[in-house]
Design a protein around this ligand. Sequence first.
Ligand code: PLP
Length: 442
Amino acid sequence: MNTLSELMGSKGVELYRRAKALMPGGTQLLSKRPEMFAPEVWPSYYSRAKGCRVWDLDDREFIDMSIMGIGACIIGYADDEIDAAVTEAIQRGVMSSLNCPEEVELAEALIELHPWFDMVRYARSGGEAMGLAVRIARAYTKRDVVLFSGYHGWNDWYLAANLADEAGLDGQLMPGLEPNGVPRGLTGTAIPFDVNDIESLRQTIKGKEREIAAIVIEPARGAEASEECLSKLRDIASEIGAVLLFDEITSGYRMCAGGIHRRYEVYPDIAVFAKSMANGYAMAAIVGTEEVMQAAQTTFISSTNWTDRIGPVAALATLDRYQRANAQDHLIDSGEQMKQIWRDAAATSGLEISISGLPTLPGFGFEHEAAMELGTRFTIEMLRRGFLGFRQFKPALAHGQAELDAYRAAAKDVFAVLAGLSEADLLETPVAHSGFHRLTKE
Ligand SMILES: Cc1ncc(COP(=O)(O)O)c(C=O)c1O
């Protein structure tokens, strides 16, 4: 078992102290900040990763039962087949003055999966792809206002919602996002709505129907949106001439290959994919109807690294691997087992928790006034037992029964430890952050 002082003295913890002096915010992604898990204890950096295992800078091995590359690695880390396809692409050249044929092959594969779409553009990350999709929607409609629900990344179009109301984004997954640097002139161009309250959406748009460029939603996150709501949104978008845009960056590939909206009979005008579509390689796709997508030619959307070969090759290999393994069945089963593991461990220990999320994106929270302290200590105790453990689990094909069984035993043990602690003994280290906080330079 790892000791707390070994974990706190790791090379990764030390390197992160240096990182915070060199990089504002310490990391490139809020969700990978050690402060989100267990400040001053979380290993922070990896030296290698394989399957569902990672090794820290001290070569300490952990089974990753947490966010699996924040959902990007749906097959598993360093998958042999996907990496072999990428390695071959590297050997044949990932960039040249000509284009790579795989971008056409991938477009055909994505349209075959979603036959209501006709055309595709690419980017290399989620927030960037959403920026591109919103630009296309605005170009197509020649309108400015975007109605949205959910989290959609770091872009100006999205953070503009907090110019009008600094808590505008608070119900949309990540509280506390500051819009500094976003032009004030964008005030009123992004309006949040509750996807389950279509009536108040109708009230919001009354009189402004002809200003709305797009209705942007995540078709699933904590839960799948009801097909009835989605279909009402489809009707509203069609009535007012706005683009219906599904952000499938997190929901995509979770419950089936491609978009979760393949499970419903509601067809958006555009869907956006990133993250798991390429098992961690940088790739994003904007897929849509010809009528809307052709608007990309009426504005300027162009970038050198959107032509690299690795992204499309990795996306094709990921899709092939996913479909041959029927990965969704494994992901659903693993996620449901995890919910049961938490439920059982909580019941045995007497601690109260709430469990939420799609079967393939499960999470839990302690129902306690010291919830964040308990969550932080949970992560620390799981680290001591050799797991990256968090209040979320993003299953991958690489999670086998052996790992789930080992986790079950460790979680039971940890819940019992937590239940036996007095509040004074709960935490010797700083408590984890629950949303966006500015980091102070040490
Ligand atoms: C639904 C959704 N949209 C957009 C994004 C932003 O994607 P990225 O982090 O690749 O920029 C995310 C990332 O978590 C997401 O979940």
